[in-house]
Design a protein around this ligand. Structure first.
Ligand code: PLP
Length: 398
């Protein structure tokens, strides 16, 4: 038996159905170049460049000093679950109760739990394209089949209830929404989101609304589908403290879901990771209950960074770029460079940008599109200018 065949036999079918995250692959390759002494500009990582606000860090330090270092209930301590529900009700006019809240190790973990408890073998999951890297693999890992609905770049990558409705079949179990979206950074209007959620509710289809960027909405109309109380029965809202409070490494996220679904998510979490870190739970309470000015401050900065990066990218002939309305990504179309100097795909462009221009970006293939690269502009102004200039020189030379 060959080594490949042997490895295949050793590993389960379900692990072989999924791929390594494209974003993580870029992070790893960038790390290798950095270790060899190259001064990279990192537009790859999808995380805020800000430090976690001091009052949140203080709460964690105090938790350690007070020996708050033991297990808590699996879905999170009552104080945290109440704080999550309360913050959401204040900001989005929702009415979730403690037993409808599960705190997890990041929004990603909450999404994974939700898909594991809702999707069975053969179930179809409607997934708008471009999609965040992990959805497709999480769906496949649970045995489901992603049904892709492509959003048009010409329409700003937004999509409509009509587009979703056309993809529904008798096997449709759920729909994944992500607005503001990563990587498309598209913001779907509250009216369209409402129409999609009500359509799903009427047809008995579940909606998982990934709202990790809900506070990074530049339109001035911050909206959570969690406010649609009449459709709650089929709704799972995923939230994260990672981007909102610059807490990516702490691993703190949550799900808001009907009590039986929340209980099932608690069950799988109880048999895998158990509760999230007790110290992080205290920090999360401080984030959710403390002053919220830091959130607005970071939002204003992201808007300003977006304008700066757009201005820079406009000086690169051939790069087409839609103005982002949320999150902290731009998703330029690089297809006009295909056919030049051996560049034939977004992956080629990203690879050469990394190795030759020393700028890390993520190729669109991991997000389901072949003509784009994702640039995360959550970085310093200096690095933004430096990275864009290095890209400009690279594209001028190919
Ligand atoms: C769309 C989307 N959902 C979920 C996540 C997961 O975030 P976390 O697990 O840090 O809460 C990310 C992180 O990049 C994301 O971009």
């Amino acid at each position: 038996m060959t080594a490949v065949a042997e490895a295949r036999k050793m590993l389960t079918d379900r692990i072989q159905r999924i791929e390594v995250s494209a974003t993580m692959a870029v992070v790893n390759e960038a790390e290798k170049l950095r270790a060899s002494g190259i001064d990279l500009v990192d537009f790859g990582a999808g995380e805020p460049h800000y430090a976690t606000p001091q009052h949140i860090k203080d709460a964690a330090i105090l938790a350690i000093q007070q020996n708050f270092t033991k297990y808590t209930p699996v879905p999170g301590m009552a104080e945290l679950r109440d704080a999550i529900a309360h913050r959401h009700s204040l900001d989005f006019n929702s009415d979730y109760k403690r037993d409808e809240v599960v705190a997890s190790a990041g929004g990603k973990h909450a999404l994974f739990n939700a898909l594991q408890v809702l999707v069975d073998h053969g179930d179809e999951v409607i997934l708008p394209v471009p999609y965040w890297v992990s959805y497709k693999d999480m769906i496949r890992y649970s045995g489901g089949e992603p049904v892709l609905v492509t959003a048009e770049e010409a329409h700003d990558f937004t999509f409509t209830a009509e587009m979703i409705e056309r993809a529904i079949t008798p096997r449709t179990k759920l729909i994944i929404l992500n607005s503001p979206g990563n990587p498309s950074r598209a913001v779907i209007s509250p009216e369209e989101l409402t129409a999609i959620v009500r359509l799903a509710h009427k047809r008995g289809i579940y909606v998982i609304s990934d709202e990790c960027y809900v506070y990074l909405n530049f339109t001035g109309r911050r909206f959570s589908v969690g406010s649609l109380r009449d459709a709650k029965e089929h709704l799972i809202v995923i939230g994260s403290l990672s981007k909102t409070y610059a807490m990516t490494g702490w691993r703190s996220g949550f799900a808001l879901a009907p009590a039986p679904i929340a209980a099932a998510m608690g069950k799988i979490q109880g048999q895998s990771t158990s509760c999230t870190t007790s110290i992080v739970q205290k920090a999360a309470v401080a984030a959710l209950k403390g002053p919220q000015e830091c959130v607005d401050h970071m939002l204003a900065e992201y808007v300003s960074l977006r304008d700066q990066v757009l201005e820079g990218l406009r000086t690169i002939p051939g790069l087409r770029c839609v103005k982002p309305q949320g999150a902290f990504y731009v998703y330029p179309n690089v297809s006009s460079f295909f056919g030049r100097s051996g560049l034939n795909s977004a992956a080629d462009v990203a690879g050469r940008l990394l190795r030759e221009a020393h700028v890390a970006v993520v190729p669109g293939e991991g997000f389901g599109t072949r003509e784009h690269i994702r640039i995360s502009y959550a970085t310093s102004r200096k690095d933004l200018d430096r990275g864009v200039e290095q890209m400009r020189r690279f594209f001028a030379a190919v």
